[in-house]
Design a protein around this ligand. Sequence first.
Ligand SMILES: CC(C)(COP(=O)(O)OP(=O)(O)OC[C@H]1O[C@@H](n2cnc3c(N)ncnc32)[C@H](O)[C@@H]1OP(=O)(O)O)[C@@H](O)C(=O)NCCC(=O)NCCS
Length: 331
Amino acid sequence: MPRAAFVTIGTYVPDRVVTNAELTRYMDTSDEWIVQRTGIQERHWVEPGLGTSEMAFRASKRALDQAGWKAEDLDAIVFATLSTDHMFPGDGCFLNAKLGIPGVPALDIRNQCSGFLYGLSVVDAWIRAGVYRKVLLVGSETHSTGLDVSTRGRDVTVIFGDGAAAALLEATDDPDRGVLAVELHADGRHAKDLWADAPGSIHSPRITKEMVESEAIFPHMEGQKVFKHAIVRMPEVVRSVLAKAGLQTSDIKVLVPHQANLRIAETVQRSLGLRDDQVFNNIQKYGNTTAASIPLALSEAIPARGVKRGDLVALAAFGAGFTWGAALARW
Ligand SMILES: CC(C)(COP(=O)(O)OP(=O)(O)OC[C@H]1O[C@@H](n2cnc3c(N)ncnc32)[C@H](O)[C@@H]1OP(=O)(O)O)[C@@H](O)C(=O)NCCC(=O)NCCS
């Protein structure tokens, strides 16, 4: 049975770098507070008009060029984001049009920070079943246009950044390559612990002047609850997926945790007993880019940690929903 193997990852982040110092001009915060609580030093924000599907397109073009593939080689697109350009259709179709591949199916995934792993699970299942052989899996996020850039929203706003990363996956029969296992979870009892209420179809009309003037259009986060769940769920699911594959933490060449918060990633590392060289973080430069965070970090982890063909890569996610998961792949 074939498995899904990573071929390459292309990335794109907007040119505009927003430092912690810049944020202090808009809200009552400090570089010290942000670095101490989150590890973030800067993030990228889009200029007006640059959206989620366009960043995904730019990342995808890079991935295709790196692999020497043409867009026409793709059998399917899987697009993970919580920040679509429009309410519908999903960004998969906008990306399909930008890539110029009418007819190629485009699946939209909206599982927030776990979106890339939910997408990877689908891609792996398609490839194992022989449905498709070459798939583009993209995570792309435009947070900056939806953040409350005032003191009222500072707990959320300092954390999130914009960016995109696109992975190419192909069918392989090589037993030393490819996705070994993916495990996914959700607990909707916590759906409103990290969410944005509006615009939404439960409201009629979906958006009002009052919503725009209130907090309803901005993300709301129970930060401490998110923290407490993330540091339990991520190590738990990594251990579980390792057990399923008959592997141990010592077999991991590099773990790429979702870049939610450096303190969360460091706690996960301690809990799993991993050495510093077995974990990769880049939240310092990008903030939390949600669906883009794991592939954006993975693309840098491969050269930074000297990952070679056949090395074991572990991925772990936790985010809104709550949703979480982990994956193991041989590079
Ligand atoms: C958000 C988070 C950094 C807040 O840290 P915390 O230690 O829990 O801080 P608290 O929420 O208790 O707030 C402490 C104080 O800092 C203040 N504060 C919040 N954001 C601030 C900011 N950006 N700058 C300065 N002060 C801030 C609060 O208002 C509060 O002030 P008070 O004591 O006067 O009421 C932390 O909860 C966290 O990392 N949670 C996980 C978030 C996450 O990873 N989200 C993404 C999931 S995918």
